[in-house]
Design a protein around this ligand. Structure first.
Ligand SMILES: NC(=O)c1ccc[n+]([C@@H]2O[C@H](COP(=O)([O-])OP(=O)(O)OC[C@H]3O[C@@H](n4cnc5c(N)ncnc54)[C@H](O)[C@@H]3O)[C@@H](O)[C@H]2O)c1
Length: 315
């Protein structure tokens, strides 16, 4: 990607802040906008003295303009089940109004546009692993629908701007990603288990733990974003780690990496919890030459210090 002025919505979030770091490292100037609903200004605090970085606290559900940009990366949205359940209406709004405002900005400046979509578009999939051609199995009125449908709408809006306004767009479908800067209490598997293990609490496994997930380390994920952004592929493209683990296996890996003596406690499975979620990354491999490099155990080790410090309120 040639050096440009880039906007990242949700830039103070987990993925958005890592993306800002990676874009700056590539030589771009970056404006991060975020209303700090689920993000933290400390995620970008290390960039305070970086002259090519600017942070603006604003809600993208209101029209906004931060001057000419060459690329819009639209990452703003509550993302974890805890966050989108707590902020259901805000999630629907940022996926609809926020997406329109980000698309309008890209249109105004003839900028390229990159949407952070999600594997949740596949819902509780009846096809496994999920290819981009699979249309999904989503309950439109279930507890997860505020997130799933907001992202499906955001994808529809993105392809509509491409179709009707010739906007140069990309869509990435992100699968479970983990690493430093995740919130400790966001209900996602890795921070949950890490926190419980480090505190010596029981690790809570929902159902019998045989449901599977795939986990991608954040640096691999961001590398996939940059490759897609620099390509001419509109997507959607799955970016995630296809190595599949049962939740129980993940709990055991966290116990091994932390050296914790915690026990495993079983709780009832929540409604609409997907039984299997694993990306088919043939398209990313073929078109972007992308493959994840960091396995789960290594990634957990690379995240350990962050989670230790975060638990001491010192991240
Ligand atoms: N982390 C994952 O595993 C994962 C998986 C699939 C998709 N995604 C997508 O990636 C993106 C980033 O996810 P994340 O894990 O970094 O979540 P996050 O909650 O850490 O980051 C989202 C950011 O968006 C901001 N935001 C929310 N509403 C906003 C608004 N109206 N105006 C301005 N800012 C707003 C939040 O404050 C937060 O900083 C999301 O769009 C999410 O759907 C993430």
């Amino acid at each position: 990607m040639s050096t440009t002025r880039v906007l990242v919505t949700g830039g103070a979030g987990f993925l958005g802040s890592h993306l800002c770091d990676a874009l700056l490292a590539e030589g771009h100037s970056v404006i991060a906008v975020d209303n700090l609903l689920t993000g933290q200004s400390r995620n970008v605090a290390h960039l305070r003295n970086e002259p090519r970085f600017e942070f603006r606290q604003l809600d993208i559900c209101e029209p906004f303009d931060c001057g000419r940009v060459d690329y819009v990366f639209h990452f703003a949205s509550p993302a974890s089940p805890v966050d989108y359940s707590l902020h259901g209406i805000a999630t629907l709004k940022v996926g609809s109004l926020g997406t329109f405002n980000a698309l309008e900005l890209a249109k105004k400046y003839s900028a390229r546009y990159f949407l952070a979509s999600t594997s949740e578009c596949y819902g509780d999939p009846s096809e496994h692993p999920q290819k981009e051609t699979y249309w999904g199995n989503v309950n439109p009125i279930g507890p997860r629908s505020v997130y799933d449908e907001s992202k499906r709408f955001a994808e529809a809006a993105t392809v509509a701007y491409r179709r009707y306004h010739n906007l140069d767009t990309r869509i990435v479908r992100i699968f479970n990603t983990y690493g430093p800067r995740m919130q400790l209490n966001d209900g996602r598997v890795v921070p949950n288990f890490m926190k419980q293990a480090l505190l010596g609490e029981d690790l809570t496994v929902y159902g019998n733990g045989s449901q599977t997930r795939s986990f991608c380390y954040v640096s691999d994920e961001v590398d996939g974003f940059l490759r897609l952004a620099a390509s001419n592929e509109p997507g959607p493209v799955n970016i995630g780690n296809p190595a599949e683990f049962t939740i129980l296996e993940c709990a055991q890996k966290v116990l091994a990496v932390t050296g914790s003596k915690s026990n495993i406690r079983y709780e009832p499975l929540p409604q609409d919890d997907p039984k299997q979620r694993c990306p088919d990354i043939t398209k990313a491999r073929r078109l972007l030459g992308w493959d994840p490099r960091i396995n789960l155990e290594t990634g957990l080790r690379m995240s350990l210090e962050y989670f230790r410090k975060a638990l001491q309120g010192n991240s």
